[in-house]
Design a protein around this ligand. Structure first.
Ligand SMILES: [Fe+2]
Ligand SMILES: [Fe+2]
Length: 300
């Protein structure tokens, strides 16, 4: 078993392997089109319609109870108009990495999807709290203004879905080491990222950050991924990182899917402080998030 002694070497190894999930060409094109400030719905619709399975999946997702649109959506162009660029982009990314996740580790796709549901749900609840305090208090300082900024729930859906993507790199590039990591985490009852560090000198949160950056996704996605096990270290997107941290914790605590280790730490109080939430918030979030268990098949 080789320890990775330099990040450069690791990046080189990762880049050499053919197993790294890449965004299919059509997705890269769609993503580029969306990033374009004056993107055209028609262009995106055309690109998507060329990929039959992608269009079918998108229509299935937008027609799922999770999105809860009152009328049925029959065409991709209609979906784009209703959902907007951000949601669309997160769905596009999600559909492409889902199979790779399923192949990397049994339970990882369920863990990631449920974490995405939980992240989006918590973001919406946090936004409601922000609105309430905004209406009642006169908040002036910079710090308070930052605290008043809402988070984008659909961005949080993408963040939740991709947060453990680094595990795919370990599972495919360092197959034998990954087995040892899982086995050690199980025997020694340790969090996975700790064991990854002991064995590889790097952990999935850092690797995921690298991969997502490589795909040219925005910092609102890669920063929370980078710090999802240490939210206080994030300088930007602190709230997003704390939401992801809590959503990941709740997903594991509720036993949905498998994230690589049965170890469960205590809830991160730093994340709760960043979000200014208490245990009652967590309790009602659990009750509401639980209902999403029935939606885990939206990518099937
Ligand atoms: Fe993680
Ligand atoms: Fe996770």
């Amino acid at each position: 078993m080789k320890k990775i002694d330099s990040l450069d070497k690791l990046i080189a190894t990762v880049k050499k392997t053919e197993n790294i999930p890449t965004l299919p060409k059509v997705l890269t094109k769609i993503s580029e089109e969306i990033d374009n400030d004056n993107f055209s719905i028609k262009n995106i619709g055309d690109l998507m319609s060329r990929d039959v399975s992608l269009s079918a999946r998108i229509l299935k997702i937008v027609n799922s109870p999770f999105y809860g649109f009152p009328q049925r959506i029959y065409s991709i162009n209609h979906a784009i108009v209703l959902l907007g660029a951000n949601v669309l982009k997160s769905i596009v990314i999600s559909t492409s990495v889902f199979t790779a996740m399923e192949e990397a580790m049994t339970g990882l796709s369920e863990h990631s999807l449920f974490c995405a549901f939980a992240s989006k749900h918590i973001a919406q609840e946090i936004n409601k709290n922000i609105k309430k305090t905004g209406e009642t208090g006169k908040l002036k300082s910079n710090e308070k203004q930052k605290q008043q900024q809402t988070v984008d729930p659909d961005n949080m859906f993408a963040v939740g879905l991709l947060h453990d993507i680094g595990k795919i790199i370990i599972a495919t590039t360092f197959k034998e080491d990954f087995k040892t990591i899982l086995e050690t985490a199980r025997k020694e009852e340790k969090p996975l990222e700790k064991v990854e560090h002991e064995i590889l000198n790097i952990s999935h949160d850092q690797l995921g950050y690298m991969l997502v950056k490589e795909w040219n996704l925005p910092s609102a996605i890669y920063i929370p991924i980078k710090y999802h096990h240490n939210p206080t270290l994030a300088d930007d997107f602190k709230k997003e990182t704390a939401i992801l941290n809590i959503a990941d914790f709740l997903t594991r605590a509720m036993g949905v899917g498998f994230s690589g280790s049965a170890y469960l730490e205590k809830i991160n109080t730093d994340s709760m402080n960043i979000l200014e939430i208490n245990i009652d918030f967590i309790k009602s979030a659990i009750e509401e998030i639980y209902l999403y268990k029935d939606e885990l098949n939206i990518f099937d």
